[in-house]
Design a protein around this ligand. Structure first.
Ligand SMILES: [Zn+2]
Length: 186
């Protein structure tokens, strides 16, 4: 595993920054080896991420990695915390405990940064709830905001797919596994 920031890729450590949301403490994370806001990934995906970042820049964005490598210990810890807080059904929709894809270091949760503003554009509305984290939630909606969300999600998905990344089995619009040997699956 390598740190993303050593390759000038932008990102942050998802759970390190959301202690309150998931009732985590810094010490619980430190006990399983997470000691800072940095993101680790498998070195095999650095080059495809850099290439994807170049494409996003052409469109006025940069890639922003919201989560990369997650140890099995971290999966177990956040599963327990999420079930306590949000219930088993909601947790099982979002956390793949049978495959634990992030434990390979070849999976990433991805967002964008708008180069002009330096901010993350919205790719969905939080008020739309859990259903909006899955692909094509906004696809046939006609209002301007939904069209913007859908266009940005498609930019994200198509660019990642062109660099060997595939959607995960849960089909969240932001989660990608590096599997260039398999067909595109959007
Ligand atoms: Zn993910």
């Amino acid at each position: 595993m390598v740190y993303l920031d050593e390759y000038e890729l932008a990102g942050s450590n998802f759970y390190w920054n959301r202690l309150d949301t998931y009732d985590l403490t810094r010490n619980e994370l430190i006990a399983i080896g997470i000691e800072n806001d940095r993101v680790m990934v498998h070195e095999d995906i650095i080059t495809p991420l850099i290439e994807a970042d170049k494409k996003f820049r052409n469109a006025g964005y940069r890639i922003y990695i919201k989560d990369g490598f997650r140890s099995k210990e971290l999966y177990e810890l956040i599963y327990k915390k999420r079930v306590n807080k949000f219930g088993k059904e909601a947790t099982d929709k979002l956390l793949n405990m049978s495959l634990m894809p992030h434990s390979t270091g070849r999976s990433v949760d991805v967002s964008l940064i708008d180069i002009r503003t330096g901010k993350e554009p919205s790719l969905r509305n939080g008020k739309d709830g859990i259903d909006a984290v899955f692909v094509d939630f906004y696809k046939n909606k006609k209002d301007e905001t939904s069209i913007d969300y859908q266009n940005l999600q498609e930019l994200l998905i198509n660019t990642m797919e062109n660099h060997g990344f595939r959607l995960g089995s849960l089909r969240e619009y932001f989660h990608f596994d590096y599997r260039p040997e398999t067909d595109k699956n959007y």
